[in-house]
Design a protein around this ligand. Structure first.
Ligand code: ZN
Length: 186
């Protein structure tokens, strides 16, 4: 068990659809190792979420965790470590919100992405128990970003205005100070 190598944009596996897991697989030792590795890798890279394909495991699993450490963005809220297996999303609020998103697989860049502001997730947890979660605001964007990975979609595909794609340093210099929008750390 270890911090794993993160695949970067251009790797073909990031563009493939991942497969669902069976209950037996979720209850296996292999799955425990996978979640441990995903969590360690997310922590080591300061991500707020990670999807299994980002470490080359082509299964429908995402892990999300963030704390409200940044006082500039109190609206981020916080989310304790949550494992999403075979997630299905329904949009519950189609009015859009925009965040400057980043991605562990697209290092050093930020892009302003508009997405629906409310979603309802149905998924299995790490014990293969059915769960649901209504998510609004920042969490709604994080879930859409992470679950997109399971279908081979990256946030850069969601950009409607490529003038709002920036390196992190330029983002901090030119966009963050005047930001009417919020930043998704990774
Ligand atoms: Zn990502």
């Amino acid at each position: 068990m270890a911090v794993r190598n993160i695949l970067r944009m251009g790797h073909p596996l990031l563009r493939q659809r991942s497969r669902e897991l069976s209950k037996e697989e979720i209850l296996s030792d292999w799955f425990k190792s996978l979640i441990f590795d995903m969590t360690e890798t997310m922590h080591a890279t300061n991500g707020v979420g990670i999807a299994a394909p980002q470490i080359g495991e082509m299964v429908r699993v995402s892990v999300v965790e963030f704390a409200n450490e940044n006082a500039r963005y109190p609206e981020m809220g916080e989310q304790t470590l949550t494992v999403f297996v075979n997630p299905v999303l329904k949009m519950t609020n189609l009015s859009e919100q925009s965040f400057w998103e980043g991605c562990l697989s697209v290092p050093d860049l930020r892009g302003l992405v508009s997405r629906p502001s409310g979603v309802f997730a149905e998924f299995l947890d790490e014990k293969a128990t059915k769960k649901t979660l209504q998510a609004d605001g920042f969490l709604a964007t994080v879930l859409q970003h992470e679950f997109d990975h399971l279908d081979g979609i990256l946030y850069v595909d969601r950009l409607r205005d490529t003038t709002r794609l920036s390196f992190v340093d330029e983002y901090k210099q030119f966009w963050a100070p005047q930001s009417l929008h919020k930043e998704l750390p990774d």
